[in-house]
Structures are given as structure tokens and as C-alpha cells.
Design a protein around this ligand. Structure first.
Ligand code: AMP
Ligand code: MG
Length: 313
């Protein structure tokens, strides 16, 4: 942790685990260091970053908020922090324009992962940290995933094993009069509404200033990915295509020769394995990947969102 924080303090890039996915960290108050994140990832400059802090106390100086926003903030934080909820509010002067992509607001969250917390405790600054992958690729949930796309482009990775949640944080804008969900995650709209009342959904769930960005997310390399229902999957079961499906479906359909990854029937466990299943299929060298559609139920919303962005439309 001391080595990692020393690298970060000197403007270097260090990947580290959070409970969602691995983040590519830089000193979030150092514009030059933050610019290196965009270069390493090949990330479009107009895609803002999330700042990671240890606690609400460390978050407050990053925002410029009024009394109403403060009340909302405190009720959400007391329920969901540390955890996978990024909160967007007007940015203070401290926050470099490189972090916000020129927007007047900034997203901040306190990760629950103990390794992330230990690293933040060593740092006297917030960590700007998007997912630690080349832009467009699946988010990494192990240190190996990070190295598979960022070797040679970053200065270090802190290996904290497999991440717990597996998909990116919920992003919620609480600056406007009516709070707005910008990206779905495992903290659901229902759970948020139970705390602060009605929440609007953006027409676009993920904030994507540059057109086309939405559909190029989370894609495994070198393969075309299709979402299919059980019947379509059954019809193709013995063909030479890779398949990711529910364990229960695989049991019904029987043995197959081509690559198969089976997934848990429960949404949290499924989310935790989602990107690892993509990286595994890359290792198999699959060209066509069929993924069984997931249940059309509330707990699966964030997973449906990630799958639909990764798939051919
Ligand atoms: P990631 O790529 O996982 O680091 O997530 C960053 C995402 O958080 C962006 O692509 C936006 O969807 C969202 N985000 C971050 N900062 C802001 C902001 N100031 N306003 C709106 N959305 C934001
Ligand atoms: Mg990302």
C-alpha cells in the first residue's frame, strides 16, 4: 500500500480492486496524472471519471452543495456508503476539468473493498478511477484481466483477488431538483427510492456525451456476441459456437463440445461472474458467442443493461 500510494503521489497510474471492478487509479486532484488515465485506456476525453474517497468527510470538499442536496446526500450515504453508489453533485474548484470532462458536476463514491479502503487510507488525495481496461473492453474483475489489456501502459496493479460485485457502480445525479439515475447497478432504483423518494431515469442510462459510445461498451475481443432465448440456444446447442447460459439451462440441454460457461441462476452471483466469463471466452478464442437472455425481473436490470451494450444490436 505504501509503494502504491507513493507511485500515485508522484503522478503514476496504479490499478486497484474495488468491490465492483478493478479501477485504474491516479491522483484525482492532479490534472497531469488524470490525463494519463485517458491515454492508457484510449478513453474519449469527454467521458467523465468517478473520484474514489474513503468516506463522506473526504468527499465533501470535492462538491459545492446546498442544504437540500446535503440532506439527500447524507441519507443516501448513511444507507449505501461505503458501497457501489456513485453520487453526482456540483463540483468544487478543487476538481480538475480533466476529471469532470468539463462538466459542472463530479461523481464521487466510497468503495467498500478493504484493499481499496487501505489504499485510500494511505493517500492524502481522492483517486480518479475508471475501470482498468482499454476503453470498450469488459471491465476487469481480477488483476490478470487488468494486465491482459494494460500491461506496459500502467505503473502497477494491486492484486486483491476477485472483486465481489462484478459490475460497475450505480450512478445517481442528486444535484438536480429531481434525482436522476444515470447508470444502473446492483443498488437498484427501488432501493434508492425507498430512501429519497422518486427518481427519474435518464433517456440514456449511461451518460454518453459522444454518440455511439453506449454500444461499444463491455465488448469481449474478437468475437460477435448475440443475446438469445432458450429456444434459439437449444437449436444451436451442438453447433461450433461458444455459449454462456444459466447452469439450469445447460443441465437441460445436455453435453456439448464447443466452449461453454455456465452461470448462477441468482442475479448477484451472476453479476460477480459476468466479465470473467467474457475473458474466459476470449481465451478460448471464440468467434461467435451466444448468451442466454437473463430473466426480465427487477434484480437483473443492471445485468440486462451490460449485456445489451456488449451484444450486437
Ligand atoms: P466508469 O467508466 O465506470 O469509470 O464510469 C464513469 C461513468 O460515470 C461515466 O461514463 C458516466 O456515465 C458517469 N459519470 C461520471 N461523472 C459524471 C458526471 N459528472 N455527470 C454525469 N455522469 C457522470
Ligand atoms: Mg469502464
Amino acid at each position: 500500500m505504501q509503494q502504491a500510494s507513493a507511485l500515485l503521489a508522484s503522478g503514476k497510474l496504479v490499478a486497484f480492486p474495488t468491490e465492483t471492478v478493478y479501477g485504474l487509479g491516479a491522483n484525482g486532484l492532479d490534472a497531469t496524472a488524470v490525463r494519463k488515465i485517458f491515454v492508457a485506456k484510449g478513453r474519449p476525453n469527454d467521458n467523465p471519471l468517478i473520484l474514489h474517497v474513503a468516506s463522506l468527510d473526504d468527499a465533501l470538499p470535492l462538491w459545492k452543495i446546498n442544504a437540500v442536496q446535503r440532506v439527500r446526500l447524507e441519507s443516501l450515504v448513511s444507507k449505501f456508503w461505503p458501497g457501489p453508489l456513485s453520487l453526482v453533485l456540483p463540483a468544487s474548484e478543487q476538481v480538475p476539468g480533466e476529471v469532470t470532462a468539463g462538466l459542472p458536476s463530479v461523481a464521487v463514491r466510497a468503495p467498500a473493498n478493504p484493499v481499496a479502503q487501505a489504499l485510500l487510507a494511505e493517500c492524502s488525495f481522492p483517486l480518479a478511477a475508471p475501470s482498468a481496461n482499454v476503453s470498450g473492453r469488459p471491465s476487469p474483475t481480477t488483476a490478470d484481466h487488468v494486465l491482459s489489456s494494460l500491461t506496459g501502459k500502467i505503473d502497477a496493479v494491486v492484486d486483491g483477488g476477485q472483486t465481489q460485485v462484478g459490475i460497475e457502480s450505480t450512478v445517481l445525479d442528486i444535484g438536480a431538483e429531481k434525482p436522476r439515475l444515470l447508470r444502473s447497478g446492483t443498488i437498484s432504483q427501488d432501493a434508492i427510492e425507498a430512501v429519497i423518494g422518486p427518481v427519474q431515469r435518464g433517456g440514456e442510462i449511461d451518460f454518453a456525451p459522444s454518440p455511439g459510445l453506449r454500444h461499444k461498451h463491455y465488448q469481449p475481443q474478437g468475437m460477435k456476441l448475440y443475446l438469445v432465448d432458450k429456444a434459439a440456444l437449444a437449436a444451436k446447442w451442438q453447433e461450433d459456437v461458444a455459449v454462456i447460459c444459466m447452469a439450469s439451462t445447460a443441465v437441460n440441454l445436455g453435453e456439448r463440445v464447443a466452449p461453454l460457461v455456465t452461470m448462477p441462476d441468482e442475479s448477484d452471483a451472476y453479476a460477480a461472474m459476468l466479465y470473467a466469463s467474457f475473458y474466459r471466452m476470449e481465451k478460448f478464442g471464440a468467434k461467435v458467442l451466444l448468451i442466454e437472455k437473463v430473466p426480465d425481473l427487477p434484480g437483473w436490470e443492471a445485468i440486462r443493461d451490460r449485456l445489451s451494450r456488449a451484444a450486437e444490436s
